[in-house]
Design a protein around this ligand. Sequence first.
Ligand SMILES: [Fe+2]
Ligand SMILES: [Fe+2]
Length: 280
Amino acid sequence: MDTTGRLAPGSRLEIPIRAPHFDFSDVPHHWLAGNAVATHVFNGMNLVFPDGERFFIQAVREHLPQLEDEALVRQVRGFFGQEGRHAYEHERYFEALEAQGYDLEGFLRRFRGFMKTSERWLPASVRLSMTAGAEHYTATFGSLALEYAPLEKAHPSLRRLIAWHATEEIEHKAVAFDVLQATHPSYALRLLGFGLATVSLFGWTIAGTRMLLRQDRAAGRTTRAEVRRMRRALRRAGDLDVRRLLTRVADYLRRDFHPNDLDDLELAHAKLRELGLEAV
Ligand SMILES: [Fe+2]
Ligand SMILES: [Fe+2]
């Protein structure tokens, strides 16, 4: 770290693997401040995490033999461990959603088909670049989520799950990017992967959110008018800093960008300490 508190590009932080436990047995349908729309945006993202994370692990793994920097290889192993744990815990949360009565099968079948097809047809370099781009989003969402006020009113298990995942995304945010720089340092490839990651991540998260809201309406848990009102309430509250999200997206387009340009690790570790998750 330099005197500004900024992590130097290429600094090789240790990436710890934690194994916290989450009890999802009493999570209510609308666990995020009683707002169905906000809840299902997080749920929709949750549905794409496990298969997305396995795709990331595979893309990075295929480049492991080309890496010469041993400290980066150690970070890659930490990245595998963290993403593997995330996939496991988020998949456990699928079971909680199913126990609440949501039918996820059709959505998951289509999404998994898409991921398998991408894995089969896209070259490893493009998949690695997509991973680096998607990791920029997960680290960005992570730091925004840690400061998202309504999460303070979320069900405690989901609050802990999100804080843990957000922190680890911030801890390993430079790993896929550094592997991409070490093996395919092309700016055009970086932009291509970012574009593909943007379309896939937002497209599937929005599809998952809409599918869950549709099921809520069909089961009488909410109405179309209530969904409209909740959407307006979210926009008015202004808790989610859209301008910061867009600034971060634009950052990635800079030719000299590096994920460690922004150091939000202290924010993340403070949240982990607050929730008693720093050493689990
Ligand atoms: Fe993750
Ligand atoms: Fe990640």
